[in-house]
Design a binder for this molecule. Structure first.
Ligand code: ATP
Ligand code: MG
Length: 396
């Protein structure tokens, strides 16, 4: 008998035609996540098995797997030879480790050559356990514990508890999206949810030095580091945005400055996204949260792009977003006080229902095509990975 980890694929088993693509991507992601450990990953139909040499690695493996999208459940199982007597004695050993009064057995027999059918196995194994453990009963409705048995060709697997995986789709299966990442609470959560759907991320951050600080930039890098728990390498594009912002505030109407600024952000994001083969824009906009996120504002802002814009947190309550931010460890970073370019230039009375025609008129006062080109020419791109502590010594 040896102890192994069994991985159950989630939603992706429903993707009939693309099943192999999904599973290959997931396995690639799992391999990458565990590459620093001494183990082998065996792929079989509907499952992956991880055999590890060092028992003390178990917790680390589980912790890593809990950050992989596409995994439905993680199970610590006993791997035994497919032989009824061995299955019986191993089950007994496993059950003896637990305190319980009632139990049931669930057998899954993917090896159809095994002489007993699933129900017959349940019966044989159940009566063996009843004979050998005192004071226990079978309860098929509400048992204290359920013994799961998977009978495969050469080996079978016994286990009781499942650890819930993240679900979703394996990252990268959907291609890339460009995440507009500020230092706030919402956009990192939006990024996490996009990763959950299998989208690989690149990030864009608009920076207004010297109005914003290097600490604000580091904050964004630290947020990405948290996201690299779910996608090992994420590119960050830092866009110098000072000139555009200054022009907007000098030459247009204060009430409309936020609307115009966000249109500029979208324009730049679209261009950068196309250049980097991203198919969608992702951001942390949340309906009604601030003046620039009313439906009228979104309508006026979104008008500058034909690219799909995904807003994963658009319909969540702030408390729901905060709860997710806490779960993924971004909240404590997001609430650090460094201001970003939006908060620095925020007008006292931004228009809540901007008119598109007026927005366009005002915009004509600035030579934005030129400024956008200049910003994009001066982009700084860095790659953030979950092993990149050395490159950014002042990070977490
Ligand atoms: P967040 O909490 O994510 O900062 P927010 O509630 O503060 O969002 P806004 O500041 O209006 O809302 O920004 C809405 C969205 O626009 C952000 O979620 C983010 O996706 C994007 N955004 C805002 N500022 C920046 C920036 N400096 N760089 C990149 N994207 C930004
Ligand atoms: Mg913000």
């Amino acid at each position: 008998m040896s102890r192994v980890i069994l991985i159950k694929y989630g939603e992706l088993t429903t993707k009939k035609g693309n099943r192999n693509l999904f599973i290959n991507q997931l396995n690639q992601n799992i391999n990458h996540k565990l590459k620093h450990l001494d183990l082998i990953i065996i792929k079989e139909r509907g499952r992956a098995f991880i055999e590890f040499n060092n028992p003390s690695d178990l917790d680390e493996i589980i912790q890593q797997l809990r950050q992989v999208f596409g995994i439905h459940a993680i199970v610590i199982a006993d791997k035994v030879t497919t032989d009824l007597d061995i299955i019986k004695s191993s089950s007994l050993n496993l059950m003896k480790e637990k305190e319980f009064k009632t139990f049931k057995i669930e057998t899954k027999r993917s090896n159809k050559d095994f002489p007993l059918k699933s129900l017959e196995v349940n019966k044989a194994l159940g009566s063996y356990l009843l004979q050998n453990i005192p004071d226990i009963n079978v309860d098929v409705h509400q048992p204290d514990i359920t013994l799961m048995l998977e009978i495969r060709k050469d080996y079978s697997y016994l286990y009781m508890d499942e650890i819930k995986g993240l679900g979703g789709y394996p990252v990268s299966i959907q291609g890339k999206g460009m995440l507009m990442l500020s230092g706030g609470i919402d956009s990192p959560v939006a990024g996490f949810l996009a990763l959950k759907r299998g989208i690989k991320l690149e990030c864009i951050y608009f920076e207004s030095l010297p109005h914003t600080s290097i600490e604000a930039r580091n904050k964004v890098i630290n947020l990405i580091k948290k996201l690299t728990n779910y996608d090992s390498n994420i590119k960050l594009h830092i866009i110098p945005f000072t000139k555009i912002q200054e022009e907007i505030y000098q030459k247009t109407d204060a009430a409309y400055s936020m609307t115009i600024m966000r249109r500029m952000m979208y324009r730049i994001t679209e261009k950068l996204a196309l250049k980097n083969n991203c198919l969608v824009i992702i951001n942390g906009e949340n309906i009604g949260q601030v003046a620039s996120q009313t439906l009228t504002s979104l309508f006026a802002i979104n008008e500058v792009t034909t690219m799909p814009v995904i807003r994963p947190v658009s319909c969540l309550d702030k408390m729901e977003i905060i709860s997710l931010a806490n779960k993924i460890g971004t909240y404590d970073i997001s609430i650090l006080p460094y201001e970003d370019c939006c908060t620095i230039f925020v007008p006292k009375h931004p228009v809540i229902n901007p008119r598109l025609d007026k927005t366009k008129e005002l915009e004509k006062r600035i030579n934005y095509q030129e400024l956008i080109k200049e910003s994009l020419d001066n982009v700084i791109t860095i790659e953030v990975s979950n092993h990149s502590k050395e490159e950014f010594p002042d990070l977490l």
